[in-house]
Design a protein around this ligand. Structure first.
Ligand code: HEC
Length: 478
């Protein structure tokens, strides 16, 4: 018997669970990447100050840019913890798998992070009183540790989409997976760009410095936008190494993802063009308002980019190993026989809402198999998606879920569970009435309820068997 591990569940109202992780993740990535790029920028300005090349460099260094970096790594750490809290609620099994495989990598990452925090705090606290070489050493230490933590975490995150030649226990094959290098370089470039934009915002607010001196400082910070020029190449490299099915969604197969690719690319292009023409070529002055707008645009690009990266992994949280709904591919066949809700020990939060046992079963099945990507009536709501469908259309599409859309895992339950989901969706779409017949609608016309039920179950079983238990997109490791 397939022993599906069940974990305590939490629900987030009209927001599907995946979106909760996505939301926290985007803020976390933005802050953490800024904290890394900020380190690079501080090193550069410290170098300028030490060499006497830039009289106002120290103003920047000991001004509130360093406070900003501090705030971002404190908030980065807090949102990092928030990531753990949300992801163990949404996908405990995925986190379990990651911890099982990569605990030492995570331990190393945490060491780097502690060094980052200590060095950053030391610079914040004592920086102004220290001699230049010591300041430089602290900043280099901070930056190396910050970038190092990206290096380590990047191996785990990129492994989720492209496990490469990894098999359980073969840690390094998974760590240095096909998308490791393109994503590491890409994130480094993004980190530098974010730091430059935040730096420009800070400089533009130095009212005591006079416009021309501010313009010079802005020009310095803008150098960190130059690496953006290689972003298109990195994007193409990344697209080339991700699995074929994921790539096809980004390039038209899933319009939501395609549009986010467009937004990320478009926003980055606008920032890059402004940097190249306005800042590097024409050496324009940037007002606080413009700088804020640029930074907001960069946040938009980060958000869209992270959405795409997370979305491209569907239907898996760990490609080939674990589906997004925390069911392993190898378990599906057995769950088709035993059912996905049979052993679920956790009660429904509002069981009394449902008039029949069939609807309660449907709610359990949706909770286990669908709720990470769907809600009933809210985000990606099942009632919205199927509003115009006939009962049989719904049955067939749910039974053949991986064929309906290859970014959904195969249905992992019995024919009875398919029917329970179908009736639940129809009941919700009908406004959750207080009474609901099984096989609603058809029972009225056909006299013999038992025969009808048998024929519906038989049809569903045929569809389930036809679709099989393999994922929709061909299994191929990249
Ligand atoms: C990995 C995430 C994921 C899981 C798990 C998942 N779905 Fe989906 N599903 C999606 C996405 C994304 C869409 C596409 C929405 C769109 O096209 O706007 C979708 C679309 C659908 C559609 C509409 C298909 C169409 O062609 O219009 C139905 C019906 C559906 N899902 C039912 C289910 C049911 C029932 C379950 C659970 C048994 C489930 N899904 C599990 C992500 C998922």
């Amino acid at each position: 018997m397939a022993e599906l591990p069940y974990y305590p569940v939490n629900e987030f109202g009209p927001v599907m669970k995946g979106m909760v992780i996505g939301g926290v993740g985007i803020v976390h990535v933005f802050l953490a990447q800024f904290a890394i790029g900020g380190g690079f920028l501080l090193c550069y300005f410290q170098w300028l100050a030490q060499r006497g090349r830039e009289p106002d460099a120290r103003r920047f260094l000991d001004g509130y840019f360093k406070v900003l970096v501090l705030v971002s790594f404190v908030l980065g750490a807090l949102t990092g913890v928030a990531m753990w809290f949300t992801s163990i609620q949404v996908s405990a099994r995925t986190i379990g798998l990651l911890v099982d495989e990569f605990h030492w990598v995570w331990a190393i990452e945490w060491c780097f992070f502690s060094v980052e925090v200590v060095a950053g705090y030391a610079f914040y606290r004592w920086g102004p009183r220290l001699p230049d070489p010591t300041r430089m050493r602290l900043l280099v230490l901070y930056t190396a540790a910050a970038w190092g933590s990206l290096f380590w975490i990047n191996g785990i995150l990129s492994w989720q989409l492209t496990p490469g030649n990894w098999t359980t226990g073969d840690l390094w094959a998974g760590f240095f997976n096909p998308s490791f290098w393109p994503s590491l370089v890409f994130r480094t470039v993004v980190a530098m760009a974010l730091a430059a934009l935040a730096g420009i915002l800070v400089i533009s607010s130095f009212d005591d410095l006079g416009r021309d001196r501010r313009r010079v400082l802005i020009g310095r910070a803008a150098h960190f936008l130059a690496p953006m020029a290689v972003m298109p190449v990195l994007a193409v490299w990344y697209l080339a190494v991700i699995p074929d099915d994921s790539r096809s969604w980004l390039l038209g197969g899933s319009i939501a993802m395609t549009m986010f690719v467009g937004i990320a690319a478009g926003a980055s292009l606008l920032i890059g063009a402004y940097a190249a023409i306005g800042l590097l070529l024409r050496r324009l002055y940037v007002s606080t308002a413009t700088a804020s707008l640029l930074l907001a645009l960069a946040f938009g690009a980060t958000a869209a980019g992270e959405f795409v990266r997370e979305g491209a992994r569907k239907p898996y949280t760990a490609r080939q190993t674990l589906y997004s709904n925390s069911i392993a591919p190898a378990e599906i066949a057995e769950l088709r026989r035993t059912g996905s809700a049979t052993a679920d020990p956790y009660p429904l939060r509002d069981a009394a809402r449902y008039p029949t046992a069939q609807l309660r079963l449907g709610a359990l099945v949706v909770r286990t198999q669908c709720s990470v990507c769907h809600t009933m009536n809210g985000a990606n709501g099942l009632t919205h998606l199927t509003a115009t469908w006939t009962p049989d259309q719904l049955r067939m599409n749910v039974a053949q879920l991986q064929r309906t859309k290859a970014y959904m895992p195969p249905f992992a339950g019995t024919a009875e569970e398919v029917e329970a989901v179908v009736q639940l969706v129809r009941w919700e779409a009908a406004g959750a009435p207080p009474a609901w017949p099984e096989e609603a609608g058809e029972a009225v016309a056909a006299g013999d309820a038992a025969a009808l039920e048998a024929s519906v179950r038989a049809r569903i079983q045929t569809w389930l068997d036809e679709a099989g238990t393999e994922p929709g997109a061909p299994r191929r490791r990249r």
